[in-house]
Design a protein around this ligand. Structure first.
Ligand SMILES: *Cc1c(COP(=O)(O)O)cnc(C)c1O
Length: 389
């Protein structure tokens, strides 16, 4: 096996007759067969090949191969968005009457799936608190089939022990699903710790430039086969164009993440030393409550920081309004630094109690540290802090 960077660059779609150096874009709904017999064999899955872009497309296959090499997973499916991946991984593997055990701190829409969408079809869930793992044994029911976690969590940056999760899932015969969006496979590989399924919003760091949406469901071949049946026939397929963009982006994931992480650490240290800040949270700051665990399972701290300013929500809003360079938008993992106020935007559909449960206070601000020079990011933040006084 080659190194991460080399695989991400050199694993690529096979060349066409034109011998192009960079993988081309395959905008084709369907693919042709040399004979009626070949068509029959392909539909019967006796031979491999492209049939129809809802099933697979050379660009989505290219993306999947690169990400599987990065995650250390056997096979995968690329979807139109991260949420299509979250939905598809659960809907394909569970059925009416099954139960999911999940960590409480989940992405807002994933929380909506578990609490509002799946119960309509008889799939229920229970949340566990990461502050007390001893309690989780009691939360397993006879019909619990899946353990669903997100680490680090969005936006609370809670870290869940992947080694514990892998062992817990194995002991209770649960399918372990890990949303690895914040860490990316460059910083953390959940399959190494026993995750059966790894999901991604590729929209974030895998794209890395705020252009396209995409999602990934990765894992062991037998499970992916079941997911594939579901996605082939329900149709959340990624567009070839988006898959092409994301496959190209994989080639630069390692260098981008190195810079996101080193910038974020510098900005987090700046906040920590600033008296205007109530608290700052970043996985690789020793003050993070799970610093040791983050160090154990992540190679670097990622690109996201959360902080609370002294002065609560009004101060947070004045701070956001005082920024001149950093963008105010809902995305993250972009080359451009982004500020978000979760309580009034991404997590506004949650009740106050639900927000409190996942650590989203009214004054909490999420900063996705981009690839600009860190001194310019700090300068913008400093200006906004002074403006907001
Ligand atoms: C953004 C995000 C998602 C959803 O992905 P989309 O591509 O926006 O559908 C899921 N999980 C996490 C942790 C995210 O940050």
């Amino acid at each position: 096996m080659s190194h991460f960077e080399t695989d991400a660059i050199r694993i690529s779609a096979s060349k066409s007759n034109h011998k192009e150096h960079s993988a081309p874009l395959y905008l084709s709904s369907s693919f042709t067969f040399d004979s009626a017999e070949e068509a029959r064999q392909m539909f019967a899955e006796e031979i491999e090949g492209n049939i129809y872009s809802r099933y697979a497309n050379p660009n989505s296959s290219d993306l999947i191969q690169k990400v599987c090499a990065a995650e250390g997973t056997e096979d995968g499916i690329a979807t139109a968005s991260g949420m299509a991946a979250m939905f598809g991984s659960i809907a394909s593997l569970l059925q009416h009457g099954d139960h999911i055990l999940a960590s409480r701190s989940l992405f807002g829409s994933t929380h909506q799936l578990l609490t509002k969408v799946f119960p309509k079809w008889g799939i229920t869930s229970t949340y566990g608190d990461i502050s007390d793992f001893t309690n989780w044994e009691k939360l397993v029911k006879p019909n619990t089939k899946m353990l669903f976690i997100e680490t680090p969590s969005n936006p609370g940056l809670e870290i869940i022990d992947l080694e514990w999760a892998g062992k817990f899932a194995a002991a209770h015969n649960l399918i372990l699903v890990v949303d690895n969006c914040f860490a990316t496979p460059y910083l953390q590989q959940p399959a190494k710790w026993g995750a059966h399924i790894v999901t991604h919003s590729a929209t974030k760091y895998i794209d890395g430039q705020g252009r396209v949406l995409g999602g990934l469901i990765l894992g062991k071949k037998d499970l992916i086969k079941e997911v594939q049946f579901f996605t082939r026939h329900t149709g959340p397929s990624i567009s070839p164009f988006n898959a092409w963009i994301l496959a190209k982006s994989m080639e630069t994931l390692a260098v981008r993440m190195d810079r996101h992480c080193s910038n974020a650490l510098k900005v987090a240290e700046y906040f920590e030393a600033n008296k205007e800040i109530d608290f700052v949270k970043y996985p690789f700051l020793p003050s993070h409550p799970q610093y040791d665990l983050a160090k154990k399972q992540m190679s670097q701290g990622g690109g996201i920081i959360t902080l609370t300013l002294k002065g609560g929500i009004q101060r947070a809003q004045r701070f956001i309004d005082g920024l001149q360079m950093i963008s105010v938008t809902a995305n993250l993992g972009d080359s451009r630094s982004i500020i978000t106020h979760p309580a009034s935007t991404t997590h506004s559909k949650l009740s106050e109690e639900e927000r409190a449960n996942v650590g989203i206070t009214d004054g909490l601000v999420r900063l996705s540290v981009g690839l600009e020079h860190y001194e310019d990011i700090i300068q913008d933040v400093e200006r906004a802090l002074n403006f907001s006084k």
